[in-house]
Design a binder for this molecule. Structure first.
Ligand code: AMP
Ligand code: MG
Length: 389
């Protein structure tokens, strides 16, 4: 049995980057940028007014000035400013030649085209050409997750078809004779399939494409048929269930039969010990334990980093460091364990949690913390690392 850190390293090291595609600016939201973006122009492209006001010479502001022109945004000024003159100028309009200062509308009195400044001080109120960005400057880095403010930058440099990483395609297979889909009322001895739907949501949230392949029966034939079918058009296959010591747990055996190179079969972690991982022809296959919390956690901690790496994302999954609000102990400490917590008023609190079947506990959790092998208690006030959910 390997440690969780070793397992993560094996998974990450096996990652091959996906290809890329060009998409529309808005379609690129939440995608991974697959090229560096440079500005095709200076910003601002000309000296422009930061306020609605009067463009003039700073040396003249305490004298009365003649108003000679009105300059709307988007129009080129027609008149040069000479001593004793000013032009009314709108925010974003181009500074007229000869002016080096703009006094604000709020700071003047006007009388028959004569302008008088009535304050003691003014800023220049000019945004100077290229003060934000020079033509050719790097404005966005390859590997970022594109956010709304990045969309603004793409738009401002005229990048209407940015290159983004292709989304990995992920086939999902639930296994278990006891499973029925959510729209069916289970008979006694049956339960609803929640893992597949949980995984589809996790995959979509991670920026990949989920292809649900249905429920495999607990038979070798059904498991074989579902995996081979899913392998034809997916980059990653995730199965849940059928990986433990039960008489009908066929997933590892069938993975082997199909020719999957199994890289590990169990991890010293809780929940999620019997997690299986292997590769075949540049494809990745995970057999996650059937209990919903195990499947949830192993996706978050093991599969999501693979997806991110495959897409060439350079951003780390953020970790917060927050004090815990109570003492916390656990009975067994022979494995690393993941614990659901909630963050309230700047403190962490473990939520009530009965074990790997208890997915309902995660409805009250907005973070995950972990305890290392051998560690059985955390003292109130200790600063703890937390992965937000
Ligand atoms: P297994 O890993 O197949 O031994 O399943 C472990 C536990 O998880 C059993 O109680 C299963 O009934 C449950 N389980 C397996 N698959 C799912 C699923 N898709 N949705 C919800 N629970 C499941
Ligand atoms: Mg099962």
């Amino acid at each position: 049995m390997i440690t969780f850190e070793e397992a993560l390293k094996i998974v990450i090291n096996s990652a091959k980057e996906t290809s890329f595609e060009n998409v529309g600016t808005l379609e690129s939201l939440n995608r991974i940028l697959a090229e560096d973006i440079y500005s095709d122009m200076n910003m601002p492209p000309f000296d422009k007014s930061a306020v609605d006001g009067y463009a003039c010479k700073k040396e003249n502001i305490f004298n009365e000035m003649d108003l000679i022109e009105i300059i709307p945004a988007g129009k080129k000024p027609l008149k040069k400013i000479y001593s004793g003159q000013c032009s009314k100028i709108m925010t974003g309009a181009m500074l007229p030649e000869g002016a080096d200062c703009i006094i604000m509308v709020e700071d003047i009195v006007e009388n028959k085209n004569k302008i008088k400044f009535i304050k003691e001080f003014t800023n220049t109120n000019i945004c100077f050409k290229a003060e934000d960005i020079h033509k050719g400057d790097l404005v966005l880095n390859k590997g970022i997750i594109i956010r709304p403010q990045d969309i603004a930058i793409l738009a401002s440099v005229g990048k209407v078809n940015p290159k983004v990483s292709c989304k990995p395609k992920i086939g999902i297979i639930s296994t278990g004779d006891e499973l029925v889909e959510p729209d069916i009322t289970p008979e006694l001895s049956q339960i609803r399939n929640s893992n597949a739907w949980q995984l589809i949501a996790q995959i979509q949230k991670s920026g990949a494409v989920a292809n649900y392949k249905g429920i495999a029966l607990d038979t070798k034939e059904s498991t074989f048929e579902k995996i081979t079918n899913a392998l034809t058009n997916n980059d990653i296959i995730i199965l849940t269930g059928g990986v433990s010591m039960g008489d009908f747990d066929y997933v590892p055996e069938i993975m082997k039969e199909i020719g999957v190179n199994i890289l590990f079969k169990s991890i010293a972690v809780q929940p999620g010990r019997p997690t299986v991982f292997g590769t075949k022809d540049n494809k990745y296959i995970f057999g996650l334990p059937g209990n919903p919390v195990s499947s949830f956690i192993q996706f978050e901690m093991l599969v999501k980093p693979l997806i991110i790496k495959m897409m060439g994302c350079t951003e780390e999954i953020p970790i917060l460091n927050i004090p815990i609000g109570v003492d916390y102990t656990r009975k067994k400490a022979e494995r690393k364990s993941f614990i659901p917590v909630t963050i309230k008023n700047g403190l962490l609190f473990p939520v009530s949690y009965n074990g790997s079947a208890h997915i309902h506990s995660y409805a009250f959790a907005n973070g995950i913390i972990w305890m290392e092998k051998g560690q059985s208690e955390i003292k109130k006030g200790e600063i703890i690392s937390v992965r937000q959910l």
